[in-house]
Design a binder for this molecule. Structure first.
Ligand code: ST9
Ligand code: FAD
Length: 671
């Protein structure tokens, strides 16, 4: 690839001015976000270790490669990345941070801009063996998987079913004579469809299939299945495997299909930490059938952090671009202004800047809850699993939906240049919008949270033990006098949520009274149910942001504390204004209170304006990770756009051969 001729030491003068007027120390904020100066240094040295390795660079921009070349280039880079990860592990510098960065939106999307064909091995194959395998199975498989002696994926979704996993059709029938399971795909719709890396990368998979033993179906269970020969990589007999083709994004993840024709695997390949099949075929059931769904909870939890990271990238790009871009005047006879000075532009950018903080803090909180509850599960306590499930569903749904909407809004905020792939906003949207579907389609996940909320509402006896819904005990009939504070916003959001849950519950009861089944009544009420769940999620996110900032302010400088307070207030006001209609319906808030909120929002945009570039700089995301002509630290936007255009293969010849083949004869024929 041609070496850039752009002088990165020459910083755009608007950005120089923006950085000079920033009121806080950006390095202090970087350290705070990383969890301390030491963590920042560790992250930076990790980034250097990966980003400065020429073996991990693309030879040609991805968008100019064919589908096949994209895969080949991605698998080359993916293998080199994980060789380096193994090197770090052997030096004792490995760990979760490496995997999170490399597989997620931070480093991962810089090294492999359109997805990684080996992600599922780390994010789902290994965690499923760890979470669902018994001690012997862990001993047998985990080391092999960490060493990459085998590469696995997670094959659950089928052509016919993704959401309703109880309806999966792949069967695993136990044969006690040989102590084997026979895997079969009885229909076309039972073919596995979507698993990442399944197409041509993985040689093993966790396959989720309906378990039959002693003539009875026991529902879906996970099995480890070898798909390809370990030496030749050829599909094993009875395995039909391939890639599913081009997608809106993630075109390097090598998503595949998979069918079985009576493939036999040993009994011990069923993951048996929870449920078991004994050699004679006896089925031994675990205390909860939902423990089989554990890996999905894990991935939903880590996706919240990923949503925050993608959003951070997009806000950095759009904010820096808005600072250097001059267009139109505000006052006649004055110079054209930075587009960042238009309040409508600020409204497109700043709420999403604050959202990055809200989601990061929500992700940290959820990660801690996840670790606590999974610790309890290990010792047989299942009481907090439903609440963790409800929280992980709504956080995943809200964070991915808002991040996707944010990235698209931020792309629009960059006008025509945002539409260029060299802005990296279209590709970022492709990655982030996929999150709304995978690991549980968002509407479906909101309905799972609503199920928990309605159950809690109907049986309040346990409520005080459940931290995320405790507010439902007292919120409904409170009289909360208007106050311009975040505390008031949280209470009002909670009261609105309680009102929505109460009304949805009444509507379900009414429908049942009118003769509908509970399930039909539920379906009839599901628009209100999803809206209630969404608001519940948003109110917990605001509350978590509030608690975090209050704690952090004790340790930050006053200047940084003020910035965090502005961001918190903006996120809170923005969130409540999104639900103005419901707030007016379910609380005693008046129209004039909403006017105050609107003015408060505008004050906050003005307060954040001088610090906007400083705040996004503090995210400290390297240019290679942003990979954007519009978002580079130096702000040399026009030079970069021009340089990127030169990489178009069409520009290699002044006259393209098609001129002689088509255009010239066409021009001559029309003379
Ligand atoms: C090494 C580390 C690296 C870190 C990396 C960081 C970087 C990240 C990068 C990420 C890249 C990701 C790549 C892409 C991955 C995509 C993979 C997939 O999509 S894979 C495919 C993903 N596919 C999907 O996500 C499929 C979505 N579908 C589903 O999950 C389910 O079918 C369902 C939940 C919708 C319904 O299930 P159904 O069985 O019909 O259930 P009912 O409705 O009848 O409810 C019955 C009861 O069960 C309860 N309960 C339910 N779930 C859970 C749970 N998890 N738990 C506990 N409980 C649960 C429920 O509350 C209810 O309780 P109750 O009221 O009775 O007390
Ligand atoms: C990029 C990508 C990567 C993926 N990777 C993997 C992977 O590695 N492994 C794997 O196993 N799978 C993977 N998947 C599959 C993914 O998990 C499923 O696509 C997802 O769970 C949604 O299921 P579905 O496609 O069947 O959608 P559907 O369930 O058919 O959804 C279609 C519509 O129906 C609605 N709907 C469905 N059920 C209900 C309901 N009960 N109530 C109300 N509305 C409903 C949905 O809200 C949606 O609007 C991947 C998908 C994508 C896009």
């Amino acid at each position: 690839m041609a070496v850039s001729t752009i002088n990165s030491n020459k910083i755009n003068s608007d950005l120089v001015k923006e950085r000079a007027k920033c009121t806080f120390n950006t390095v202090e904020l970087t350290h705070l976000l990383d969890g301390g100066a030491e963590k920042t240094n560790e992250r930076k040295s990790r980034e250097k270790f990966f980003l400065e390795d020429p073996e991990l660079r693309l030879k040609v921009p991805l968008e100019y490669l064919s589908h096949k070349e994209k895969y080949e280039e991605s698998i080359r880079i993916a293998c080199n990345i994980f060789k380096k990860v193994n090197q770090l592990q052997s030096e004792g510098k490995g760990g979760m941070d490496n995997f999170r960065e490399i597989l997620g939106g931070q480093l991962g999307s810089a090294l492999l801009k359109d997805g990684n064909p080996l992600t599922l091995h780390y994010v789902m194959f290994i965690p499923t063996v760890m979470g669902q395998g018994n001690i012997q199975q862990q001993a047998e498989w985990i080391q092999k998987a960490w060493n990459c002696d085998i590469i696995g994926t997670y094959a659950q979704t089928e052509l016919g079913h993704g959401t309703f996993i109880r309806g999966l059709e792949t069967t695993a029938t136990y044969d006690p004579k040989t102590e084997e399971f026979i895997l079969d795909s009885p229909t076309l719709t039972s073919y596995k469809w979507w698993p990442g890396g399944l197409g041509h990368s993985a040689n093993f998979a966790i396959v989720v299939a309906q378990l039959y033993t002693q003539g009875k179906c026991h529902g879906i269970h996970p099995f480890i299945v070898q798909l390809r020969d370990e030496k030749s990589h050829k599909p094993l007999p009875g395995i039909k495997v391939g890639e599913i083709g081009c997608k809106m994004g993630m075109n390097c993840t090598n998503n595949g299909y998979l069918g079985f024709e009576n493939v036999r695997i040993p009994r011990t390949n069923m993951l048996m930490k929870n449920n078991q099949v004994l050699p004679d075929g006896t089925y031994v059931k675990s205390p909860s059938s939902k423990l089989t769904y554990g890996t999905m909870i894990f991935v939903r939890v880590v996706l919240v952090q990923d949503a925050a990271t993608y959003l951070k990238k997009a806000v950095i790009i759009a904010t820096r671009y808005s600072a250097i871009r001059h267009q139109s005047q505000i006052n006649p006879n004055e110079a054209e202004v930075q587009i960042l000075d238009f309040v409508t532009q600020q409204y497109k950018l700043f709420p999403y800047i604050s959202m990055c903080f809200a989601f990061q803090y929500a992700a940290n909180w959820l990660w801690d809850v996840y670790n606590n509850v999974t610790g309890e599960l290990e010792s047989g306590h299942l009481d907090n699993l439903p609440e963790l499930h409800a929280a992980s569903c709504v956080f995943k749904a809200v964070s991915s939906a808002d991040a996707a909407q944010g990235v698209e809004t931020l792309r629009l905020a960059c006008g025509g240049h945002g539409y260029m792939t060299s802005s990296n906003l279209p590709q970022t949207y492709g990655l982030v919008t996929a999150m709304c579907t995978y690991e549980g389609e968002n509407t479906v996940l909101l309905l799972q949270t609503a199920r928990f909320l309605i159950k809690t509402w109907q049986n309040k006896s346990n409520i005080s033990k459940l931290p995320t819904v405790r507010y439902l005990e007292t919120s409904l009939h409170k009289n909360i006098p208007f106050e311009k504070s975040v505390k008031w916003i949280i209470s009002t959001l909670q009261q609105t949520t309680a009102g929505k849950i109460n009304l949805a519950n009444e509507h379900i009861n009414q429908r049942v009274k009118n003769g509908q089944s509970y399930e039909d009544a539920w379906n009839g009420t599901s628009i209100e149910l999803t809206a209630a769940a969404e608001l519940h999620g948003r109110s917990i996110i605001v509350e978590t942001f509030y608690n975090t900032v209050n704690n952090l302010k004790k340790q930050t400088s006053q200047q940084l504390g003020a910035v965090l307070q502005h961001l918190l207030e903006l996120y809170a006001v923005y969130t409540i204004l999104r639900s103005t209609g419901d707030v007016l319906r379910f609380t005693n808030v008046l129209g004039r209170d909403v006017d105050v909120l609107q003015l408060w929002l505008e004050e906050l945009l003005a307060a954040i304006r001088p610090n906007a570039v400083g705040i996004v700089d503090s995210f400290d995301i390297r240019d290679e990770v942003l990979s954007s002509a519009l978002g580079a630290y130096d702000g040399n936007v026009y030079e970069r756009l021009f340089e990127e255009a030169q990489k178009s293969p069409l520009n290699s010849d002044p006259v393209n051969k098609s001129f002689h083949m088509y255009l010239k004869p066409f021009l001559q024929s029309s003379l």
